[in-house]
Structures are given as structure tokens and as C-alpha cells.
Write a protein that binds this ligand. Sequence first.
Ligand code: CP3
Length: 349
Amino acid sequence: MKPLLLRALENSDSISRPPVWIMRQAGRYMEDYRALREKHDFLTVCRTPELAVEVTMQPIRFLNPDAAIIFSDILIPAAAMGIEVDFAPGPVMRNPIKSAADVNALRLPSIEKELNFTTTAISMMRGELDALSDNKALLGFAGAPWTLACYMIERGPFKHFENGLVFAQRFEKAMDSLLDKLTSVVSDYLIAQCEAGANAVQLFDSWGGVLSTEDYQRYSLPYIRRICENVRRAGYPVILYVGGSSHLLPTLVESGAHCLSVDWRLPLDQVEKIVGSGIAVQGNLNPAHLYGQPSEIYNRTRAMLSKLERRGGFIANLGHGILPTTPPENALQFVRAVQEGWEPANTTR
Ligand code: CP3
């Protein structure tokens, strides 16, 4: 049977409850992850299919969510393009892009040769999930061109991401060329992940929200549209996450994504009104709320679901990645509160 998450993406009214998973569900809040990281550094885990699969499976065993997301990082393709990336634990670029010549020097990596650890990990994960036979979806992912560009032009540590726009104005042509190159790499990378066994992909434009609508339409949306078109043409759905994006929602409806992943700044009924019924929505509990008492987490999750006015077209998640010191049993409480089932606000639709 089709994974619940795919049926939700198709806006199917026949589903009995929303699917649920957690952004960054594999990571430091889990003891098993910390133990594995004592032995292997972060990039080694990302680049070794057996380790990536083990880490991807850790939250599947503990939380039993409805989707797995392959363990990797949005900066892995940037490294394959020629940017030396370290994690300390936040990303640091050893040779950030400083000029048009640096953009010209970036390589378009062969996915098959240089990023095949990800596609291998995905096909191994496909086997793991199929063996569980409970219809869990497997998600691939990549960073959106704007967010990747913001990282690649700055050494780090990162705070406000204002340098993306500064670079764009100083080197307008180079910025276009950088975003073009990223669009091509990200499209090919996402399609390769789907062909290896991912059911859908999530595109992370984590720092899209720093832009005004006008700048977003100039520096992010056109590239995202091209990626969504490419992935859609290959036959796979795209979930688009844009952090801090309440002001961008009317614009994001034109992205070509099948689903918009939103943060907590707007309640879901307002989000649904803005995006309309043609696009699915994913979100949106504030990850900081996972530090509350279990009964509060339960109530907040149920309150979040009660805002929904439609049955299909929704995936429960947090509004951003889970925080590294979250008590794991609180994450479990969130997943269970969704899996209990639902009664949407307007069941007659
Ligand atoms: O379980 C999953 O969700 C899959 C794994 C995943 C990671 N990074 C692992 C990771 C995913 C989907 C990402 C995406 C990612 N990476 C994003 C987009 C999502 C978002 O949060 O907005 C961004 C912006 C990055 C860049 C990045 N990588 C940052 C800012 C950091 C440091 C922040 C932090 O959490 O400390 C990383 C490192 C990173 N990526 C870790 C993990 C588990 C921590 C590294 C460690 O183990 O020490």
C-alpha cells in the first residue's frame, strides 16, 4: 500500500490520521546518536552508507514515525562542488566564495561518482523500510539554492544571513551564476535520490525568510520553481520548507512544490486559508515546546491538529528541527499524540 505520507501529499480525504515525522529526527537529542558520534565524525557518518543508514534508523525504532529522512546534510553537495566544509558543530567554510572567479571555479559534481554514498544509503534504507512493511515513506533532501549560496559565501559561524544579499549586489552576475549552478546540482541530486528509492524529497530553504517578498522573488523563487519542475517531471513530490516564511506564503504557492512546510508563526487554519486547497501543508509545533510537561505537549499537539480544516493534505511535524537537548520521550509524546487519530475542525468537507 502507498505510504500514508504520500497519500496525505495527494490530498487524499481517505486517510484516517495525518502522517507525522520530525525534522532532524536523527541527531544529538538521541543517546544512540551521541554514542555513534563518539566513534565517527559527522562527515564520516554522512559519507558512509552503513553508518548513515544506522543513524537514519535510530529514530525509526524509537519514535516509530511515518517517514524516515536519509541522514546527511544540506552542505554535502557544496563540499562536492569544491567548498571545504567543517562542522564545529555548526558549519564552517574553509574557502568561502569571495568573487566571480570563485564561482567559476566551482565544479558540477557527478552525482554517480561523488555523491553516490547518499544514493547507496537510500537504496539500503529502502530495503530496511520495506522489511518493516508498515508503509513508512523515505524522504531524500537538499538545500535550496538561496540557502546554500548564503552558506557558501561566508566562513561562519552564521547568524543573520545578511551577506547573501550583500554578495548579490556586489557581484550580481556571479550570484546568478552561483544560483544557476546550485539549481542544476540540486535538481540532479534530488532526482537521483528518488530513483534510488526515496518516495519524496524535502527542499530546505532555511534562510529564505530573511528576504523580503521582492527579494525572494528575485533570488530564491525562480530557482526553486526550476527544481520543483525538474523533480515533478521525473514523477516525484517536493516538500518545501522555508524558515520564517509567514510573509512569503502567498509567493510560495507559486513555487510548484506539492507541500509547504511552515513554522509556528501562523496557526494552521490561517496557513491553509492563504495557501488554498491545492497544496499540502506540513508543520508546525515550535520545537521549544517539546521542553514542556508531557501533558502540555499532548495538549499543544492536539490543539495544533484541531486548527486543521481539511482532512487530506497535512503532515504533522515541528516548525523547525528538533533541538539537540530535547528529552527524547517528549519527542515520542508528540508523535504518539498525532498517531492517536484526529477530528478535523470541519469534517463535512
Ligand atoms: O534527521 C534528519 O533530519 C536528517 C539529517 C539532517 C541534518 N542536517 C543532520 C545534521 C538534515 C535534514 C539537515 C539539514 C540541514 N543542515 C539544514 C536544513 C534544516 C534546518 O535546520 O534549517 C541546515 C540549515 C543545515 C546546516 C547545518 N548542519 C547546521 C546549521 C548544523 C549545525 C546546527 C546544529 O544542529 O548544531 C549542521 C550540523 C548537523 N546536521 C548536525 C546534524 C545531526 C549536528 C552535527 C553533529 O552531530 O555534531
